[in-house]
Ligand binder design. Structure first.
Ligand code: NAD
Ligand code: 2HG
Length: 387
């Protein structure tokens, strides 16, 4: 029996995929797996029993990836599962920034009791007039699951689109509309575009990507949109730019005390992925990844360990070993099994930066003694025997 703990509400359609071999627990310390959305996990202590964390979403900056890797805890996310939900809100954000729809709606609420409201509206509506987005230039920074969808749909709205992503994947490049201009530097995109939207992960390298220096290159009256993470945009610099008028509107999905209430900031309470469809997609994908790892040892969509899959166990016993990516690990594993007179039916070994993963199928039972000997090899982080 495996136990899982939910740190945030996770869509039922995903949790329903857990079979009777699984039980939800309210005690995080007894869980084999944790499901999480945006809960902050950096200060959490992890029990020895914890094997995996499933992030029902894309961003993993709320999870201590390195600390988990060191403890042999595999962290998964759900690439692309909520991308359409975010894309749709980005388009809404762009329209909200172009015309004062919010101001207009607030005006109607103010005059809702006034019997003359229809006539008054015709007189006063000019104060809420705006611009169309057709023909304008949109710059997309980060052409992953979300950026590609935003870039492509904007071309259908008649926008001229610039894309910037020095690390773009082959998959994303294939999906990108051919009409999108390839910006070879982010400055080129800043200089050209009327709207700029950012879709990169929050890391040490991308923190403050948009600051006063970046804003100083942008067109006057630019609209900046941030549906990725608050730390990507320097809050103080953005407030100054909104006050001075250098940035016309800042649309963000991340309320902070600094930005909430600032004139011309349109602040949304992190709703990008808050659609039934996105929540369902993320939950279903996260649960599938956790189950496949717990039951078969397969790793798909991990952000701290390599992808490694050997299908189901087909009646064999499977030894799975999370370890450091250092020389002679495989040699030591196979020598130890040979010494115990065990035949290897199938083996796979993959690495990702400092960490590696080895799966070994054997045709006979694995004794506790063999498991303990593997666990004691220098550099081994966690060993499981799946039988
Ligand atoms: N608002 C929300 O609810 C919501 C929902 C989903 C994702 N997000 C955020 O959006 C981010 C992107 O999501 P995604 O699903 O598109 O992720 P993704 O991993 O598919 O795409 C990220 C892209 O950014 C690119 N990139 C990385 N560093 C870059 C840099 N310095 N300059 C330009 N490009 C760079 C990568 O090459 C990749 O193509 C997530 O990390 C998450 O923080 C927010
Ligand atoms: O879970 C959420 O509501 C937000 C998720 C989103 O920020 C993500 O990075 O996928």
């Amino acid at each position: 029996m495996y136990k899982y703990h939910c740190l945030n509400p996770i869509a039922e359609v995903g949790l329903d995929r857990f079979t009777t071999d699984y039980a939800q627990t309210a005690k995080v310390e007894e869980a084999d797996a944790i499901l999480v959305r945006s809960a902050a996990m950096h200060d959490m202590e992890f029990s020895e029993n914890l094997k995996a964390i499933g992030r029902a979403g894309a961003g993993v900056n709320n999870i201590p990836l390195e600390k988990c890797a060191e403890k042999g805890i595999v962290v998964f996310n759900t690439p692309g599962a909520n991308a359409n939900g975010v894309k749709e809100l980005v388009i809404a954000g762009m329209l909200l920034a172009s015309r004062d729809i919010v101001g207009g709606i607030n005006w109607v609420q103010e005059y809702e009791e006034d019997g003359n409201i229809a006539k008054l509206a015709e007189k006063q509506k000019k104060q809420f007039a705006g611009h169309e987005i057709e023909g304008k230039k949109l710059g997309v920074i980060g052409l992953g699951a979300i950026g590609v969808l935003v870039a492509n749909v904007a071309t259908h709205l008649g926008m001229e689109v610039y894309g910037y992503d020095p690390y773009v994947s082959v998959d994303s490049a294939w999906k990108l509309s051919r009409s999108i201009h390839h910006a070879t530097s982010v400055d080129e995109l800043y200089k050209e575009c009327d709207f700029i939207t950012i879709h990169v992960p929050a890391t040490e390298d991308t923190k403050n990507l948009i600051d006063k220096d970046a804003i100083s290159i942008m067109k006057k009256d630019v609209v900046v949109m941030n549906f990725a993470r608050d730390v990507l945009v320097n809050g103080e610099d953005m407030v100054d730019a909104l006050v001075s008028g250098a940035v016309k509107r800042y649309v963000t999905d991340f309320p902070t005390p600094e930005i909430a209430g600032v004139k011309n900031a349109i602040v949304i309470p992190h709703l990008g992925a808050s659609t039934e469809e996105s929540e369902d997609n993320c939950a279903v994908m996260a649960v599938a990844e956790l189950k496949d790892y717990l039951e078969n040892g397969n790793i798909r969509n991990s952000v701290n360990y390599p992808a490694c899959e050997m299908g189901d166990r087909a009646g064999n016993v499977r030894i799975t070993i999370l370890h450091k990516n250092i020389p002679n690990m495989l040699g030591q594993f196979t020598a130890l099994l040979a010494e115990a007179d065990m035949n290897i039916a199938l083996l796979s070994n993959k690495s990702k930066k400092e960490y590696a993963y080895t799966m070994i199928d054997v045709e006979t039972a694995v004794s506790d003694e063999v498991q303990e000997k593997i666990a004691k090899i220098n550099g081994v982080l966690k060993v499981r025997v799946l039988a």
